[in-house]
Design a protein. Structure first.
Length: 232
């Protein structure tokens, strides 16, 4: 594939995947069973140029691939406050990804679709909330794939064996205990966002145990101080 035996687009995509593997310290690549693309959301001409370069080189996805939200509301296009040129480019970007074989799902929640990955399945998903849901609730394995790298994974069906794809990258480093918070406060939708903000600020990229927010802390993993979140 890297040598171009499968065409120009797979070779280009594989060069990018190989470079990412080198940056992430991956010793090898692994197969992925699906991809979710965030690059279909128009942010400027560079994204459209990149997608068109892939299609001009014969780019087609090798695994089932869904698409994130776009810059346009296809049902109510007049409600989108974009100038005509940006509107045209945004639509062209959508059409380009569909032309590569991606499903026109236009959703940031691919886990709500009928087909979704299972426990231990390696995937290449972009979109931050979908990545969290896939890794935690579904138990699938995906690293954080952003624009451009996502479609490269989809075209090659490969991803660097690094980060959250590996057991060592998924090992929990901290547990949070939520205590002293009333049911009334927890029933407020903003409480979950507030707890998430506190946890994120305290841990950064640290992986949390699935037992976080339970009433008991594990003795095998440290609590991150002040990770025992208490109401004020």
């Amino acid at each position: 594939m890297l040598a171009g035996d499968r065409g120009g687009a797979p070779a280009m995509a594989m060069r990018i995947i190989a470079a990412m593997a080198d940056v992430s310290g991956a010793a090898h690549l692994l197969d992925v069973t699906s991809a979710h693309i965030d690059g279909c959301l128009y942010h400027g001409p560079a994204g459209l140029d990149f997608a068109r370069r892939l299609t001009d080189a014969g780019g087609r996805v090798a695994v089932p691939t869904t698409l994130n939200v776009s810059s346009l509301d296809l049902l109510h296009p007049d409600l989108v406050h974009l100038d005509e040129r940006t509107r045209e480019d945004a639509r062209a970007l959508m059409e380009t990804y569909v032309a590569m074989g991606c499903r026109s799902t236009w959703t940031c929640a691919p886990y709500q679709l009928p087909t979704r990955p299972s426990l231990g399945e390696h995937i290449a998903w972009a979109e931050s909330n979908a990545i969290v849901f896939a890794n935690s609730v579904l138990g699938a394995r995906t690293d954080r794939y952003g624009d451009f790298i996502d479609i490269c994974c989809a075209i090659t069906g490969r991803a660097p064996a690094a980060g959250l794809h590996l057991d060592e990258g998924r090992a929990a480093r901290a547990i949070f205990r939520l205590e002293g918070v009333s049911d009334r406060l927890l029933s407020d939708p903003i409480a979950h966002a507030a707890v998430g903000a506190v946890v994120g600020r305290a841990t950064g990229t640290t992986v949390l145990s699935s037992r976080s927010a339970l009433s008991q802390c594990s003795t095998s993993l440290p609590c991150v101080n002040p990770s025992c979140v208490k109401s004020s």
